[in-house]
Design a protein around this ligand. Structure first.
Ligand code: UT7
Length: 333
């Protein structure tokens, strides 16, 4: 009997309209365009403005576009998994709010918290729901409104993050395409280097915690950078080795967009040239769980059925990992 795999049958992204440029950041913190571009590769990022606009707005817009372009009835969706670290609220899950917002009345839905690796975790899990044969249409959405947890007085952190996300539709196939392999890792001893100090059960919000600016993402950038370079490159090389893939077999590397220097190091380690690396960090910065689907959305017109694609990410937790997939269709839907 042929193995049932999960294949991506559509992708769609969404970013808010407001563009926060490096020039505008220069008016907010002691930084400059040249430093940001040289150290990170980022020129601008998007910010979701307005009252009551949470991460669900990003997810709903991305999924509405996805349903339209794939001609899918929302009532046929079995499951929605949302990867995010900026949920609309601690509970209910943002995925529930998104499912309601898109009219996915027959689906169940839940969130996954794995920071910048969230989309990899959610895609792996979504694929397994398809592979069991229990579900036919699963949507995986990666989205973050990072501006809601960024301290715009912290120049080392605020310059890299932005808001946005994207969603993919997974369906079963018996062809040799789809999600072929996945390697996921986590190490909680990395928590001190990238975390939010207050607002959880350990240290609930108080006037003191707000005044101490403890409800923002704290990052020890240079430490995270070192771990990211090593682990993202290692796991990408390992998944290639495990699947007997040489660099010339790879059509695309889809790297988490945190820092252009981390992306370059990963591509070098895999022996993949810059023409095969998906890159949009310049325009969107680091949208955490949103970066990978936003890349797939941007590059969708160039993708071909059977393309070997490696997705790779590293982020808070620490979490990191890699997915090997074979693309399922030609060009933009
Ligand atoms: O996506 C989740 C995982 N996150 C990541 O993968 C991010 C990993 N880290 C990074 O990308 C980088 O560490 C940053 C972009 C966040 C920072 O770059 P860096 O090259 O590691 O800078 P640094 O923090 O080591 O700081 C170097 C210098 C310092 O000055 P001194 O002490 O050498 O005088 C900083 O104060 O650069 C200074 N600096 C800045 N200067 C101008 C830090 N931020 C800025 C800034 N503008 N925005």
């Amino acid at each position: 009997m042929k193995k049932t795999r999960a294949v991506i049958t559509g992708v769609h992204g969404w970013v808010p309209e407001y563009v926060l440029t490096n020039r505008e950041l220069e008016t907010m913190v002691d930084t400059n365009d040249e430093w940001i571009v040289t150290r990170t590769g980022i020129k601008e990022r998007r910010i979701l403005k307005g009252e009551n606009q949470g991460t669900s707005v990003i997810g709903i817009n991305a999924i509405k576009g996805l349903l339209k372009k794939t001609n899918t009835d929302p009532e046929d969706i079995d499951l929605i998994i949302c990867a995010t670290v900026t949920p609309d609220m601690p509970f209910p899950a943002t995925a529930n709010i998104i499912a309601d917002g898109v009219g996915a009345k027959n689906s169940f839905s839940f969130d996954i918290s794995a920071a910048c690796s969230g989309f990899l975790y959610a895609l792996t899990m979504g694929s397994q729901f398809i592979e069991t044969g229990m579900h036919k249409k699963v949507i995986v959405v990666g989205a973050d409104k990072m501006s809601s947890i960024i301290d715009y007085q912290d120049r080392a952190t605020c310059i890299i993050f932005g808001d946005g996300g994207g969603a993919v539709l997974l369906e079963p196939t018996e062809e040799e395409v789809g999600v072929m392999d996945s390697m996921l890792k986590s190490d909680g001893s990395g928590a001190p280097y990238l975390h939010m100090k207050a607002g959880g059960s350990r240290r609930p919000a108080t006037i003191e915690s707000v005044n101490a600016r403890e409800h923002f993402a704290f990052q020890e950038g240079s430490t995270v950078f070192k771990f990211a370079v090593t682990n993202m490159a290692d796991v990408s090389a390992k998944i290639m080795e495990k699947n007997n893939l040489k660099s010339e077999d790879i059509a695309w590397l889809v790297p988490h967009q945190a820092n252009k220097r981390i992306i370059d190091a990963t591509a070098n380690r895999m022996g993949v040239g810059p023409d095969k690396v998906m890159l949009n960090i310049e325009r969107y910065g680091n949208t955490t769980a949103g970066t990978l689907p936003l890349c797939l959305w941007d590059y969708e017109p160039q993708l071909k059925k059977g393309d070997n694609i490696i997705l790779a990410a590293f982020g808070g937790g620490f979490t990191w990992g890699s997915i090997y997939l074979k693309w399922g269709y030609d060009g933009a839907k």
